[in-house]
Design a protein around this ligand. Structure first.
Ligand SMILES: [Zn+2]
Length: 85
């Protein structure tokens, strides 16, 4: 008989809109906000097994913002990668 179980049960937290109160770089603002939330959770909440800040990365063209998903040294917009890998 086929059964289903819940696995990897966890709480996922997203920071508030980063530009509200954190200023500067929105990406770093979100990381800083999560570090603060993590410290506050540790200080005030029991039963926490572990907390890890996770994120994905995306390579993109800083000229046109297109995701850089091709193995090349030139973006379709014509922009060159500085010292391409
Ligand atoms: Zn481009």
């Amino acid at each position: 008989m086929k059964k289903k179980e819940r696995i990897d049960i966890r709480l996922e937290i997203e920071p508030e809109t980063p530009w509200l109160g954190w200023g500067g770089d929105p990406e770093l603002g979100q990381i800083e906000a999560l570090k603060t939330i993590k410290r506050e959770i540790k200080r005030h909440i029991d039963y926490v097994g572990s907390m890890t800040i996770l994120y994905e990365t995306r390579e993109y063209c800083e000229h046109c913002n297109m995701t850089w998903d091709v193995d090349g040294v030139t973006c379709p917009c014509g922009e060159l990668i500085e010292g391409g890998e």
